[in-house]
Design a protein around this ligand. Sequence first.
Ligand SMILES: [Zn+2]
Length: 241
Amino acid sequence: MSADDARKFSLDTYRNLLAELTGQGYQVVGFDAVDPASRHLVLRHDVDISLTLAVELAEAEHALGYASHYFVLVTCEQYNPATQAGRDALQRIVSLGHQIGLHFDAALECVEPLEERAASEARYLSALAGAPVSMLSFHRPAQKWIDNPASLAGLPHTYQPKYFSNIGYCSDSRGGWWRGAPLAHDAVKSGTALQLLTHPAWWIDAHRSPAERLADYLERRQQELTRDLNANVVITHEKGK
Ligand SMILES: [Zn+2]
């Protein structure tokens, strides 16, 4: 695909994609209910950039009657799930019937063992969302986690064989279907289960390239940070210097 194809991502094309799949008999189900041999569609979203954009996608899915999985980072620079806006976003996503999972950055160098950190991040996120967090998705997963059946801190993860290699898997990484579009996927051609990973930031705002979407996002974020500084930090200018 080309960069121009990536411009075609929008909430409308997302809705159309789901309509096409459900029109072919696909049923949207959660990870816990997926049957590899059935036309089951698991909708997963990794929130890498903005909880605000995630809420927009969550609203659109809810309006269509679909429940999906939103995996949220607690260790990223781009958003903070513990702020008032972050908590409101998480709770809104939950109230729309979606599930919150932990998006986990295993590459951070930390003093506590990986297992303990995953458990504590999941507990923390659950408290912020006011909902259980019972699943994990690795952020930029190391090869060792791909197709690895082991759970981490008792949490199943989205790259376990039962969710990854035993069923179809399709992702919009870097803002495009660079490894093939879902409708052309072998799983869809054969009418078997598919995990569809989409990142909210690539689908909100129509007709923008990935680079344009990121530029828009950065402009909005700059405005938010400026407002926050003005509201919370009083700067006094010393005179005579
Ligand atoms: Zn990620």
